[in-house]
Design a binder for this molecule. Structure first.
Ligand code: SF4
Length: 258
């Protein structure tokens, strides 16, 4: 069962639900969980945050590992994805497969802005003329609105994916959205993720075997060449390296967690 949440483009963005719960010592929590396993951090986060923590996925390899782990710790936990209307067919087929396989509650979050309305308002192929704005409309703002009444979110980013992610803490305060952010696989490698998926016989996107290690919207994703980094195929040819959902007000993915 997959439910859809559509934003109303005419409503202003809600301010985040701030300071309902703020752990006093994030640095201490990071010291505690840095040497521990993803399961340890997930158990703690799911217990501490109750029903108000959600798992984000773009159906990449790390997200599949997290979905499997979370489904074992607390079946029925909400997993959500940002529906941009520009996903590969293979990604959407994988979503259906995972929704049938795993005992999780799937939610699709949509900007409420169709591609034709976007083209009418801002011009055709906004992802070419202004990819940051396109990501803001289709990903960053919908995420912000969706997280406004949550206390924590879990993401699958890893430090080995790119220089901008190299210092991601396992626990941080997401200032942009006003809630706790858990990154249980921060210190995992691509090999760790591949091994887990193979060991548990989990489905994954077949595009990974065709030269796409990182997969986003069709129009902003290309195959990588031999020797290129995992995310080199995202927004290739422009300086953009992140869609923006992990970027904090200072323009970085925070490394300081005090
Ligand atoms: S990844 Fe590309 S198409 Fe998708 S929201 Fe961002 S700029 Fe737009």
């Amino acid at each position: 069962m997959i439910s859809t949440i559509k934003l109303d483009q005419n409503q202003p963005l809600k301010p985040p639900f701030t300071n309902s719960w703020f752990p006093a010592n994030l640095a201490g929590l990071n010291c505690r969980f840095e040497p521990q396993s993803p399961t340890d951090l997930l158990r703690w986060g799911l217990a501490a945050l109750g029903e108000d923590v959600v798992l984000a996925t773009g159906f990449g390899l790390s997200g599949i590992v997290l979905m499997h782990l979370v489904s074992q710790i607390r079946p029925g936990t909400t997993v959500f994805y940002l529906q941009t209307d520009l996903h590969f067919d293979e990604t959407m087929a994988l979503k259906e497969r995972l929704a049938r396989l795993l005992p999780l509650r799937f939610e699709e979050v949509h900007s409420g802005l169709s591609l034709s309305d976007q083209a009418g308002r801002y011009g055709p192929e906004l992802w070419r003329s202004d990819p940051d704005f396109c990501c803001r409309l289709r990903k960053v703002n919908p995420l912000h609105a969706y997280l406004a009444d949550k206390r924590g979110w879990i993401t699958g980013i890893r430090r080995d994916q790119s220089p901008s992610r190299a210092h991601s803490p396992k626990i941080s305060w997401d200032q942009a959205n006003g809630l706790l952010k858990l990154v249980p696989l921060a210190d995992w490698s691509r090999q760790n993720v591949d091994d887990y998926i193979r060991r548990h016989n989990l489905p994954y996107n077949p595009l990974h075997d065709r030269g796409y290690p990182s997969i986003g919207c069709t129009v902003c994703t290309r195959k990588v060449k031999k020797g290129e980094s995992e995310r080199a195929g995202r927004w290739a040819g422009v300086s953009k390296t992140e869609c923006g959902i992990h970027i904090q007000p200072d323009g970085t993915i925070k490394r300081v967690t005090a």
